[in-house]
Design a binder for this molecule. Structure first.
Ligand SMILES: NC(=O)c1ccc[n+]([C@@H]2O[C@H](COP(=O)([O-])OP(=O)(O)OC[C@H]3O[C@@H](n4cnc5c(N)ncnc54)[C@H](O)[C@@H]3O)[C@@H](O)[C@H]2O)c1
Length: 442
């Protein structure tokens, strides 16, 4: 099938490569000329395991093409994915300008019937807005062409996006049309062989499913962080508690890690967008507000530990920071906890020597002019001249470090572990002071 994808970010590019890989012909359109030029030359703009090979190979074989020419893109595909960003507005609502811009572009250039697929995370009712925007564009041209709009939210996890797209847990198709459902089933048939993964529902339920999923996951994290904050006050170790509750199959071990808060481009914005949608529809959310505020507070946790350990004398101190990305296996630093911590440390007069396996360029370009930041090439180099070590991201390379080097290099011999990677008793034995999240043994 011929598919056009607007937006070559984490979602659009991965989806494009995976669809091309099973034999569909895919045209990617992006407004970012440098990105498109890079992609044509095999330069992948993001770090995502397995993506580079997939893109390069399918590009070479001609199933995957990149362009900034929207008209050519619209004419290419029978199915047109919208996978552009939906960043938060100041009031927390989702900014739909990019989604609606694509709808207008499609209306401007289409010459035959099209199916538009909302892949971006969009508030309930957006499919109708996209439909209205296309209709308005067609009316302006005096064109009478058939089209449909489907909601097909994406559930990939950054860091495992290729695998998630190749082997999705579920494929949600929100449509009221049997004809459109048939086309979407054909498109996804290669991903639906092992067992039935396609769930068809009305458009509004499909749009809401995406928000409900992210809100549930964020709730699990904030819940555990709240438990951690209680645990450390009552002399319990949240890691024991986690194991204890996770073994109940109704709770499960997935996604109940306490830590220094969630970040990324999705959870924070999607929770606020649903809070906003609820308010617009006359409902005051309680749980979602708490999930968000617990998380905002949790992102200050490491700074609070640091501040209390150094009796508020942080000015002039240097901190080794391991992990900048909002989670491992990605270079995405949008809303990352590391940024909140670094900004607090700088405001208190401290400096940071940071290392991340993939996210240094991203952080470097955001904090280009920050004198308090030194980016170094290895985790060991970050320790040089540092007073303390702080861990913000659970990259595998940080899980079993050489504690002798850490002990030797750190002036204050203290670790602030925002991901509970280390065993407090073992740290004590090695002569290191250890702060984990929600652990009693400080
Ligand atoms: N990143 C994730 O893990 C993830 C997972 C599921 C869903 N989503 C959702 O998918 C959507 C996209 O997220 P992302 O992380 O891939 O965003 P992104 O910022 O990485 O990429 C968006 C791309 O769209 C391009 N773009 C903007 N306007 C355009 C236009 N008019 N025509 C063509 N291209 C245009 C931008 O240049 C950019 O390359 C968002 O709604 C997000 O919430 C993201």
């Amino acid at each position: 099938m011929k598919v056009t994808i607007f937006g070559t970010g984490y979602v659009g590019l991965v989806q494009a490569a995976v669809l091309a890989d099973v034999g569909h012909e895919v045209c990617c359109v992006d407004v970012d000329e440098a990105k498109v030029e890079g992609l044509k030359n095999g330069v992948i703009p993001i770090y995502e395991p397995g993506l580079e090979n997939l893109v390069v190979e399918n590009f070479r074989e001609g199933r995957l093409v990149f362009t900034t020419d929207a008209q050519a893109g619209v004419n290419f595909g029978q199915i047109i994915f919208i996978a552009v960003g939906t960043p938060p507005e100041e009031d927390g609502s989702a900014d739909l300008q990019y989604v609606l811009a694509v709808a207008a572009t499609v209306a401007e250039h289409m010459n035959e019937s099209k199916i538009l697929v909302d892949k971006s995370t969009v508030p309930v009712g957006t499919a109708n807005k996209v439909r209205a925007a296309v209709k308005e564009g067609l009316d302006k041209r005096g064109a009478d062409l058939d089209f449909d709009v489907v909601s097909n939210p994406e559930f990939l996890k950054e860091g495992a996006a290729v695998n998630d797209c190749k082997r999705p847990d579920r494929i949600i198709i929100g449509t009221e049309s049997e004809e459109t459902e048939k086309v979407m089933r054909e498109l996804y048939q290669p991903f639906n062989r092992n067992h039935e993964k396609i769930i068809v529902m009305d458009t509004r339920s499909a749009e809401m499913t995406k928000y409900a999923a992210n809100c549930m996951l964020a709730t699990k994290i904030s819940f555990m962080n709240e438990m951690a904050n209680i645990a450390e006050r009552v002399g319990a170790d949240i890691e024991h508690v986690r194991q204890g509750i996770g073994s109940d199959p109704r709770i499960g071990f997935q996604f109940i890690y306490p830590g220094c808060g969630y970040g990324g481009s999705c959870f924070p914005k999607d929770i606020n967008a649903l809070i906003h949608t609820a308010a617009e529809n006359g409902y005051r959310t309680e749980i979602l507000n708490a999930v968000d505020s617990v998380n905002t507070r949790q992102k200050q946790k490491l700074f609070e530990y640091i501040s209390s350990y150094f009796n508020k004398n942080i000015s002039g101190k240097t901190f080794a920071l391991w992990g900048l990305a909002f989670k491992p296996n990605t270079d995405d630093v949008r809303d990352a906890s590391s940024r909140v911590l670094m900004e607090s440390l700088w405001a208190a007069g401290a400096s940071v020597r940071a290392f991340d396996p993939e996210a240094m360029d991203e952080i470097g370009s955001i904090y280009e002019k920050e004198p308090g930041l030194t980016l170094v090439k290895t985790k060991e180099e970050a320790l040089k001249g540092a007073d303390a070590l702080v861990v913000c991201t659970e990259w595998p390379t940080f899980k079993a470090p050489d504690f002798e080097i850490i002990g030797r290099e750190l002036k204050a011999k203290v670790i602030f572990d925002g991901r509970n990677l280390y065993d407090p008793a073992a740290m004590k034995e090695k002569g290191l002071t250890y702060y984990g999240i929600g652990r009693s043994s400080k």
